[in-house]
Design a protein around this ligand. Structure first.
Ligand SMILES: [Zn+2]
Length: 283
């Protein structure tokens, strides 16, 4: 299950991994915390999720921190009571019962958008709370995800994107490469990932949005050549917006539930085990 802020974040940050897992027969789903279900972006999200094999949109429907029209009459995600947002995400975790969850990193995915950071925070809290029966009992039977990955960008992976973002006045936040512990080669699913990104037509049409910036690149530039996956032993998290690859780091050894999968998304920031409520958290 991916938990991301805006419609398009799922495709940019985890499109390859979602497509890969769907192709391997895994159940996949995406919770989107910001933008209303009756907004134009919801239809584009549904199209993208269809291309990724990730089911129907699951939208919490909060307003964007910088765009009140994203969910008229609704509070901004960053203003909503923390307990309320966590409870609503716990409901999705307990109903879908994912083994692995991926979300934004603590930096807020390169640009540091406050919705990205808040989504990261509530996902960490919800993954812990979902397994505890005395928390949010109205949200369903307890379910403990086995692993949580935070999608991130290492220094070496942001190089080609950095000038594209700084040119439109956006910040570029990334982490040291040695923090990355897991790298997933999604080259085989690049075409699917592109289709999902381009399904967000409203964003593609915008000058400063990442889908728009990427869509305007020459086709030969957009085609990321196959590269060998690399691994490091240090904790961290990472995902790459470029369709060619996704990176991840982890704390400790991979949880048992994750091992049968050919690859796991992003950067593992938290290791969750049902019998160990004391969790090591890296952000
Ligand atoms: Zn976003």
């Amino acid at each position: 299950m991916g938990v991301f802020a805006h419609p398009d974040d799922e495709s940019l940050l985890a499109g390859g991994v979602l497509a890969q897992h769907a192709a391997a027969g895994a159940r996949t789903a995406v919770v989107t915390t910001v933008w209303a279900a009756d907004s134009p972006r919801a239809a584009h999200l549904a199209d993208a999720l269809d291309k990724l094999g990730a089911g129907k949109p699951r939208m919490l429907g909060y307003a964007d921190a910088r765009n009140p029209s994203s969910a008229p009459g609704r509070p901004r995600l960053i203003d909503a009571p923390l307990d309320e947002t966590v409870a609503r995400l716990v409901h999705h975790l307990r109903s879908f019962r994912p083994d692995i969850v991926t979300t934004h990193d603590g930096l807020g995915r390169m640009t540091g958008h406050p919705d990205h950071r808040r989504t990261h925070q509530i996902t960490l809290l919800a993954c812990e709370a979902a397994g505890l029966p005395h928390l949010y009992p109205e949200a369903g039977d307890p379910w403990q995800p086995q692993a949580l990955y935070a999608a991130t960008h290492p220094d070496s992976g942001v190089g080609e994107l950095a000038p594209l973002l700084t040119d439109v006045g956006k910040s570029v936040l990334c982490i040291p490469d040695e923090y990355v512990t897991t790298v997933v080669d999604v080259t085989q699913w690049v075409a699917v990932k592109w289709r999902a990104i381009l399904a967000h037509q409203g964003e593609v049409a915008r000058e400063r949005s990442l889908p728009g910036i990427l869509a305007r690149l020459p086709a030969e530039t957009r085609r990321d050549p196959p590269r060998p996956a690399t691994r490091s032993s240090n904790p961290s998290t990472s995902h790459d917006s470029r369709p060619g690859r996704s990176r991840a780091t982890h704390t400790g050894s991979p949880p048992e539930a994750a091992r049968p999968l050919p690859a796991s998304p992003g950067l593992r920031t938290v290791r969750l085990t049902r019998n160990n409520p004391r969790r090591k958290v890296r952000t």
